[in-house]
Write a protein of this length. Structure first.
Length: 185
């Protein structure tokens, strides 16, 4: 999105909410007031203030706050992980994505055995964090498949994450086994 469109959009959102009485007038003083608060706590007023056109001259200050907060929370560490693509079938057609269902090329789903073999290669390269990736392919890359795979991978990796299709979170008890199997959403 170019800056002018971005500014117009945020300006419209701010004006709409200001008219609705949810946010006061946003100007340089309100941006300074937000930036003077302890960073790390967010609400809609803070968000709208800091993305408003009035905040543009304060971008460097915001970047400094963001960097300080990142260092405070995560330190100066970098975590390396390797993705393991278990399926490149997908029922969606997002324009930017190679898995887009309209692209015509041979596709693959890994069996558990194939996935384990690939994971062994990843582990042998020294990776201790693995990300299981799939297109939107829930009929084949099922929760049972992921739990079974995670159970078999957990001795090899410190963390197993998944990047798949939208699903109900374990906290809603739809997929109670996934966290027990070591999967992180
Ligand atoms: S893999 Fe994800 S981003 Fe790619 S087409 Fe499917 S849903 Fe869209």
């Amino acid at each position: 999105m170019n800056i002018d469109k971005h500014n117009n959009l945020t300006e419209h959102i701010c004006l709409a909410l200001a008219h609705a009485g949810n946010v006061g007038i946003i100007n340089a003083e309100s941006v300074k007031a937000e930036l003077a608060k302890t960073p790390g706590k967010f609400n809609i007023t803070r968000l709208l203030t800091l993305i408003s056109p009035a905040a543009e001259p304060f971008i460097e200050q915001m970047a400094t706050q963001a960097r300080d907060l990142t260092i405070q929370r995560f330190g100066r560490t970098v975590q390396l992980y390797a993705p393991l693509y278990v399926s490149n079938f997908c029922s969606n057609s997002c324009l930017y994505c190679g898995y887009n269902k309209t692209h015509d090329y041979p596709r693959t789903r890994l069996s558990i055995e194939q996935a384990l073999a690939d994971a062994d290669v990843i582990a042998s390269e020294g990776f201790r964090h693995i990300l299981l990736v799939s297109g939107e392919d829930p009929k084949h890359i099922t929760v049972d498949y992921l739990c079974d795979l995670a159970r078999k991978l957990r001795d090899k990796f410190s963390s197993i994450s998944v990047e798949i299709y939208p699903m109900t979170t374990p906290r809603k008890n739809k997929h109670p086994g996934t966290v027990d199997e070591g999967l992180h959403y």
